[in-house]
Ligand binder design. Structure first.
Ligand code: CMC
Length: 428
């Protein structure tokens, strides 16, 4: 709690509101008593000025382009750590010792299989279903399978549910892909790393085993790290809101997946690559820049701009370098990468983008990498969901452990009709 108070005068009545300090970042005004004091609510659609919770997981300084997980900069984690280590860090608050990391990795590895009956759910979908539609359905269906980890008031059951979600997500994501291409599901293999196992479950076929290339595994692992958590974004807030009623953890994560699917959120990586492909060649870039600037055209430069970052998204820096490494390793000369780099340069020097502080975000280059690895665009958001699952469960756990949390229940400014009497249909 800060020594300062914020003073608000409403209708001549002045009241103080406590100002709360975080460890770093903006202070917040505690307005919980506002309605009781004044009979008024605050109005903040899109939560642009509202802190919905206290959190010790992730810190973003959008102006400086800083992203920290439990205090560690994302660049260091992406370059020096592994996705398993980052999962442990997000869930437990500290980096693991060697032994803790091995135990955690073993636990996750041992949970990668899904109940055999779950595979029946896939067959209920059309083959051309978007894999995110399948993910929403199948992850939601997990809530009907693992009854021994759904008592949210038991920390041990929450821990098991969290491990199950992190472990089973790659299996389900790979199954969604396999179903869409009409190939048999591939079971997990415990001798492979989390990420190598996922790549093998995705790309292996009975006729030919897939041997994951270390450069590709490393790139994929980095992509997972870069997407692991991102503070109170829309899907995380959705998971928290769903979870605030005490709902089943698997169902809460399905809600997060549904939210992530939207093109303004996780769907942007798919939209960004589609846009880059549509642009096709460097000479067409000015046409698209002009469209993005035209107020009468709904077109936006996908992979550009962010609610929080008003600077280069630190994840995009790692992503650009990873894209270069992967394309070089695979010997891919994708013109889309040239379009992306040139588009970035032009936009970064254009007054429209400069004044609005619109910079490349994490999604700008990720599609180029994922496409080079062999993923179809529909799978991009699925990979985001896979990686974000750890953030969702860590935030969900944090919320349930926080005594200050209540069921999420925003208020509104009512603008509909005032009370009126019902008129029978014969009199209308
Ligand atoms: N291209 C052109 N103009 C843009 C763009 C863009 N990508 N993004 C924002 N603007 C303009 C917008 O038109 C508005 O202009 P004005 O003030 O003249 O009306 C101004 O910039 C502010 O935009 P906003 O929509 O009010 O900002 P926001 O914070 O609500 O939206 C955003 C953030 C990410 C939804 C938006 O920048 C966007 O739609 N970007 C493209 C989609 C995208 O790449 N999303 C991925 C986000 S990162 C991954 C994730 O977190 O899921």
């Amino acid at each position: 709690m800060s020594d300062n108070n914020a003073t608000l005068t409403v209708g001549g009545d002045t009241k103080d509101y406590a100002v709360m300090d975080g460890t770093v970042g903006p202070q917040v005004i505690d307005v919980r008593k506002l309605y009781a004091n004044t009979g008024m609510f605050t109005y903040d659609p899109g939560f642009t000025s509202t802190a919905s919770c206290e959190s010790g997981l992730t810190y973003i300084d959008g102006d400086a382009g800083i992203l920290l997980h439990r205090g560690y900069p994302i660049g260091q984690l992406a370059e020096e750590s592994s996705f398993m280590e980052v999962c442990y860090l997000l869930l437990n608050g500290e980096l693991p010792s060697q032994k803790e990391l091995e135990d955690f990795t073993t636990t996750i590895t041992r949970h990668t299989m899904v109940h055999e009956q779950l595979s029946a759910f896939f067959r209920g979908f059309r083959r051309d279903a978007h894999p995110m539609a399948i993910m929403v359905g199948v992850v939601g269906a997990l809530s009907a399978f693992y009854h021994d980890s759904t008592d949210i008031n038991d920390p041990e059951q929450r821990r098991i549910a969290s491990h199950r979600l992190i472990a089973k997500m790659p299996t389900i994501a790979a199954m969604a892909y396999k179903y869409s291409v009409g190939q048999p599901f591939v079971y997990p293999r415990n001798d492979l790393s989390y990420t190598a196992n996922f790549l093998r479950m995705t790309f292996s076929v009975p006729a030919e085993d897939y041997i994951p290339d270390p450069v590709i595994v490393d790139a994929m692992d980095k992509i997972f790290i870069l997407h692991a958590d991102h503070e109170q974004n829309a899907s995380t807030s959705t998971v928290r809101l769903a979870g605030s009623s005490g709902a089943n953890p698997f169902a809460c994560i399905a809600a997060g997946i549904a939210c992530l699917w939207g093109p303004a959120h996780g769907g942007a990586n798919e939209a960004a690559l589609n846009m880059l492909r549509e642009i096709g060649t460097v000479d067409r870039i000015p046409e698209y820049i002009a469209r993005a600037k035209n107020k009468d055209d709904p077109f936006r430069l996908m992979g550009f701009g962010h609610r929080v970052y008003k600077n280069y998204d630190p994840r995009a820096t790692v992503m650009q370098k990873t894209a270069k490494d992967v394309l070089e390793k695979l010997g891919v000369n994708d013109p889309v990468f040239d379009v992306a780099k040139e588009l970035e340069q032009i936009a970064l020097n254009d007054p429209y983008f400069v004044e609005k502080k619109l910079y490349p975000n994490v999604d700008f280059y990720s599609g180029v990498i994922l496409s080079a690895i062999g993923f179809p665009t529909e799978m991009f958001t699925v990979l985001f969901a896979l990686a974000r699952t750890v953030g969702w469960v860590a935030q969900w756990n944090e919320m349930i452990s926080d005594p200050a949390q209540k069921i999420g229940r925003p208020r509104q400014l009512y603008t509909g009709p005032t009370q009126r009497d019902y008129v029978g249909v014969d009199k209308r």
